[in-house]
Design a protein around this ligand. Structure first.
Ligand code: IDP
Ligand code: MG
Length: 142
C-alpha cells in the first residue's frame, strides 16, 4: 500500500447540519491525516468546472445549484491507500445503498445532498487537489 492524497469536500448539507466535526473525527479515527483544510462558498463557474465530467448528466445543473448553496469544507486527506479508503468511509453515492456506518449512511439527506465528496482515482485526486489548493497550502503529514 502506498501513501496517497485525496480530496474530500464536506458538502453544504453536512456543514448546515453541524457535522463538520463528526466527519473529520471519523477520518482521523480511520488513520487519515488532514494535510490542508479550508472553508469556501463556490461560485457557479467553480462548481461547474469541478464537476465538468458530469456536464451532460441530467442532474448537473441541480448539483451545481446545491454545491453553491452554502458553505463547504475542502480538505486534502493523506494516508495509506487514501483514495480507496475515503471512498469506503464515504459509502455509496445513493444513501439508500450506503452502509449505515458510512458517512453517507449517517449524514446524507438525498442522492444529491450526500454529505461528502471523495476523489475516485489518483489522477482525479491530483486534478481536484490542484483545482482548490496551491502546493504551499499542503502540509505533508507523513
Ligand atoms: P460520487 O460522488 O459518489 O463519486 P458521482 O457519480 O461522481 O458520485 O456524482 C457526483 C455527485 O453528483 C454525487 O455525489 C451526487 O451529489 C450527485 N449525483 C450523482 N448522481 C445523481 C442523481 O442521479 N441525482 C442527483 N444527484 C446525483
Ligand atoms: Mg465522483
Amino acid at each position: 500500500m502506498q501513501k496517497e492524497k485525496t480530496l474530500c469536500i464536506i458538502k453544504p448539507n453536512a456543514v448546515s447540519d453541524n457535522n463538520i466535526g463528526n466527519i473529520i473525527a471519523r477520518y482521523e479515527k480511520e488513520g487519515l491525516r488532514i494535510s490542508a483544510i479550508k472553508m469556501a462558498v463556490l461560485t457557479k463557474e467553480k462548481a461547474e468546472g469541478f464537476y465538468i465530467e458530469h456536464k451532460e448528466r441530467p442532474f448537473f445543473s441541480s448539483l451545481v445549484t446545491f454545491m453553491t448553496s452554502g458553505v463547504i469544507v475542502l480538505m486534502v486527506l493523506e494516508g495509506e491507500d487514501a483514495v480507496t479508503k475515503n471512498r469506503k468511509i464515504m459509502g455509496a453515492t445513493n444513501p439508500v445503498d450506503a452502509a449505515p456506518n458510512t458517512l453517507r449512511g449517517l449524514y446524507a439527506r438525498s442522492m444529491e445532498a450526500n454529505a461528502v465528496h471523495g476523489s475516485d482515482s489518483i489522477p482525479s485526486a491530483e486534478r481536484e487537489i490542484s483545482y482548490f489548493f496551491t502546493p504551499e497550502e499542503l502540509y505533508n503529514r507523513f
